[in-house]
Ligand binder design. Structure first.
Ligand code: PPE
Length: 304
């Protein structure tokens, strides 16, 4: 169970964690008409800092745009609200979950007569796929469920509805004894994990799937691409076929929650424990988020 903190920011003010509730006839609960973000705050030598806060709030606004959802706060106001949430809970390292959704007024698929509610919660959340997974890699299953296609709904919107698709894939993987799923797109090439972007390494070439593959454009993915380039690797964004995936030297996930998580096995293909390229990228990533490399401090928003 998640460890409650004291306050949740809800429609402009801080409310007690246990009081941050919605009506059961909330539009988004019935029709998946919510959009959300996540970011992490890390301890740095200059105090806690949120990693790439502004990019996350920009993406929240962009996601809302796909659904004609008028979020009644500017990007700056949302950034301030995140900081306020972290500060009011006296958190130093935490996971932050901003969400905007069509609320309670009337039911029926058409959402636009409903109010838009915005909430931001923050709490301690360690390694998404386990400490052990972060160190030694996880077992992953290629899902029988394909990632939602852009002909069905916009994959670039981080909408709550998309995660019914992700949940199906994740449940199938976990029931099969795997930690996570890799979802292919409807054309049969790799899209991403249920909540992570995917990277495949071959020699000194580091490839991640592009927007055309149906993957969400990840903010961590973008950071990893930058870091990999700075480390001297060749970075490619494009298509990854299942064959390329299974013949890669190393494979890993990136994401706010997953950070940089090595994959040690996909179906019956065993890559082994964390490889050297993944290791160097992961180490640099943790330096970046913890303010240990001046090259990347531009990505940090200090909370005080
Ligand atoms: N793809 C998907 C489908 C996704 O949900 C995420 C983030 C990413 C890629 C990586 O994006 P970014 O965080 O910008 O690097 N998933 C968030 C939610 C996970 C959850 O279980 O909830 C996250 O990582 O926090």
């Amino acid at each position: 169970m998640m460890e409650p903190t004291k306050y949740i920011w809800f429609d402009g003010s801080l409310v007690e964690w246990a009081e941050a509730k919605v009506h059961v006839l909330t539009h988004a609960l019935h029709y998946g008409t919510g959009v959300f973000e996540s970011c992490r705050c890390y301890e740095t030598p200059d105090g806690p800092a949120v990693f790439r806060l502004r990019e996350h709030m920009l993406r929240l606004k962009k996601s809302a745009g796909y659904y004609n959802m008028p979020i009644p706060y500017s990007v700056d106001e949302l950034c301030d609200a995140v900081i306020e949430t972290v500060l009011s809970n006296w958190l130093r390292e935490c996971y932050i979950r901003p969400i905007a959704f069509f609320g309670y007024k009337e039911l029926g698929v058409y959402p636009l007569n409903n109010p838009v509610d915005v909430a931001i919660a923050a709490w301690k959340w360690g390694a998404y796929l386990g400490e052990e997974g972060l160190k030694r890699g996880i077992k992953v299953k290629i899902s029988p469920w394909r990632r939602i296609s852009d002909e069905t709904m916009p994959p670039q919107a981080k909408a709550t509805a998309n995660y019914a698709n992700s949940a199906l894939a994740k449940m199938d993987a976990v029931k099969g004894g795997y930690a996570e799923a890799i979802m292919l797109n409807t054309r049969g090439t790799v899209a991403e994990g249920s909540g992570e972007n995917l990277f495949a390494v071959k020699g000194r070439k580091v490839t991640t799937t592009s927007e055309e593959s149906g993957a969400l454009r990840g903010i961590t993915q973008d950071a990893v691409k930058r870091i990999a380039k700075d480390l001297g690797y060749t970075v490619v964004e494009g298509k990854i076929t299942v064959k390329q995936l299974l013949s890669a030297d190393e494979v890993f996930f990136s994401g706010t929650a997953a950070e940089v998580t090595p994959i040690r096995q996909v179906d019956r293909k065993v890559y082994g424990s964390i490889g050297p390229v993944t290791q160097s990228i992961q180490a640099k990533f943790f330096d970046a988020v913890r303010g240990a490399d001046p090259k990347y401090t531009k990505w940090l928003t200090y909370v005080r």
